[in-house]
Design a protein. Structure first.
Lengths: 362, 186
């Protein structure tokens, strides 16, 4: 999927068009708001009130987007390991084995993010605690096409030494003095590495590039931030999240898929509760098709408790995923979601196929 | 540059709302948990604008300033710090009573929204500012208080992550091998 296709899909998914908002008959309400505001004295504003529990038509859209706000909020919830090798679980060791073991060795710089999109591709972000950041991205493949792409939009191209080889360096246009966007590309072990940072100029970038060091897996894993949940703890975390959750008959925690590196507890919670919920939806859908009324009732009753699951309560303080799930659960009695069979939207909304469950439309 | 247009403060404020009120409402509706919260975002954003009218930039930059305020109000809402301003009551009621659009019509659009929900707030906001508010990267940079160069770089990353999230949903597995694709940096 190209950048243009992503932008097109993103624009198409805009749930509230400018024309829709322009056409809303809110003139009287807006006039009342305007008059109320200009009558306001310049003092500390209003009072808090309890949020009314009313169903909102926009809830799902807002909730799905609100969920995005929590990734940063949960940073720091993981536990940094104190000990050496035994502290790193198999998943983290695998992550290290599939990643370039490189750190930015300069005063004040730490890793504040690390992730992998797949076994072939990943990235990490370094930060010096102030505004400065630097990114290292890696991906399998040939270097030439990357060089062509970067060169096409660079205003200046040069080379610089990095880790015993020579990188192609590209400076982009724009920015202010002290804030130039510069990126470097080189090949290492069949992987394209790209290091990008905002710097005062090429000299500063070369200095930053020269601060990159190869380290062993132990040092690299030790430098990962607490937000990278230790894989050794995943089983315990899943077990803890399943407490108080109404499980489908025969459900086994081993069917919860391990989706790459587990970055934070909210994402893990979405995987855990999503797998449970998708399984319940599958039971419900099958029971409906088979005319099994008791089975239908059992599934509806089970997912009606979702809002009380401890893991869901914890997640709802951080984002909108629980609200999405609750909206779907509330639609089970009718089996319809805005006029459509519920199954299709549950599949795409909760990502059931990626959790090993695919609901069939009736 | 602050608002230097002649006229009373009331008139300048009314003009500000007239030019940008629906843009802020659209911004809020696209992000808030529901129409009531969106109405609160509008009310609180423009209350801030009224109180700091001298700080509001002139012309189209005012919209970026307002988005920046609305963004902070939304962040407070997500932390549970909701306000129910009395002065937003009518807008809240009217907006809640309207048939504002529900979930997107197509599963593809829905999948994009869910993929967005998996991104961190910084990535998501930049993508939405450019994709939904139709801002240039330099304008989005003013909303989030970053340099234009940094925002271009972050947008590049954010598109990559969105693509990965969309692919994971499409392929039915987050760990599938991805072919090498080039994404333009700018």
């Amino acid at each position: 999927m190209s950048t243009r296709e992503i932008d097109t899909a993103l624009a198409a998914a805009n749930p509230v068009s400018r024309a829709t908002v322009a056409g809303l008959p809110l003139d009287a309400a807006e006039e009342a708001l305007l008059q109320a505001i200009v009558a306001e004295p310049r003092r500390t504003p209003g009072t808090r009130q309890a949020r009314p529990r009313r169903r909102r038509q926009l809830a799902l859209v807002g909730a799905a987007l609100a969920a995005a706000g929590l990734f940063l909020a949960v940073l720091g919830t993981g536990q940094r390991s104190d000990g050496p090798e035994s502290a790193f679980g198999a998943e983290l060791v695998r992550f290290a084995e599939s990643s370039p073991l490189i750190l930015l060795d300069a005063p004040g710089w730490t890793v504040d993010y690390a992730d992998e999109q797949s076994a072939r591709e990943g990235e990490m972000r370094f930060s010096n605690g102030a505004a400065a950041t630097a990114d290292l991205h890696w991906q399998r493949g040939p270097l030439a096409s990357w060089v062509r792409d970067r060169a096409a939009s660079a205003t200046r191209t040069t080379t610089a030494p990095v880790l015993g080889t020579t990188a192609k360096v590209f400076q982009y246009e724009g920015g202010s003095p002290g804030d130039r966007d510069v990126t470097a590309l080189w090949l290492e072990d069949g992987r394209v590495l790209e290091f990008r940072s905002q710097v005062a100029g090429l000299a500063a970038f070369e200095e930053r590039l020269a601060a990159l060091r190869r380290v062993d897996a132990e040092a690299w894993l030790s430098a990962l931030p607490p937000s990278v949940v230790r894989a050794a703890n995943r089983g315990a975390a899943v077990e803890q999240m399943l407490r108080g959750v109404t499980l489908p008959p025969g459900f086994d925690a081993s069917q919860i898929p391990a989706q790459g590196l587990t970055k934070d507890r909210y994402q893990l919670g979405a995987t855990v509760t999503g797998t449970v919920a998708c399984t319940w939806f599958e039971h419900w859908s099958r029971a409906r098709s088979a005319g099994d009324r008791a089975g239908v009732r059992r599934a509806i009753a089970a997912l009606a408790t979702a809002k009380h699951w401890p893991v869901m309560r914890a997640m709802s303080r951080q984002g909108g995923y629980p609200q999405v799930l609750e909206e779907y659960a509330a639609a089970m009695p009718s089996g319809r979601w805005y006029g459509r069979p519920l199954e299709g939207d549950v599949n795409s909304g909760l990502g059931c196929p990626s959790l090993g469950v695919r609901l069939k439309a009736p | 540059m602050a608002m230097g247009t002649p006229g009373t403060e009331d008139e300048r404020f009314a003009r500000l709302y007239g030019e940008h009120g629906r843009d802020v409402l659209a911004y809020a509706l696209r992000r808030a948990a529901g129409p009531e919260d969106a109405a609160d975002v509008v009310a609180e954003t423009f209350l801030a604008a009224w109180r700091r009218l001298a700080d509001v930039p002139a012309g189209t930059d005012a919209r970026l300033w307002l988005y920046g305020v609305a963004r902070r109000v939304l962040a407070n809402q997500r932390r549970g710090e909701r306000r129910r301003l009395r002065l937003g009551e009518r807008l809240r009621d009217d907006l809640s009573a309207l048939a504002v659009p529900g979930p997107p019509a197509s599963a593809a659009d829905h999948a994009v929204l869910v993929a967005l929900s998996r991104l961190d707030e910084g990535d998501r906001e930049l993508l939405l500012l450019v994709g939904w508010e139709e801002l240039e990267p330099a304008e989005a940079a003013r909303v989030v208080g970053a340099s234009a160069v940094a925002v271009r770089s972050r947008l590049h990353r954010a598109r990559r992550r969105l693509r990965a999230a969309m692919r994971a949903a499409e392929s039915g597995g987050a760990g599938s091998a991805h072919g090498l694709e080039i994404e333009r940096a700018r």
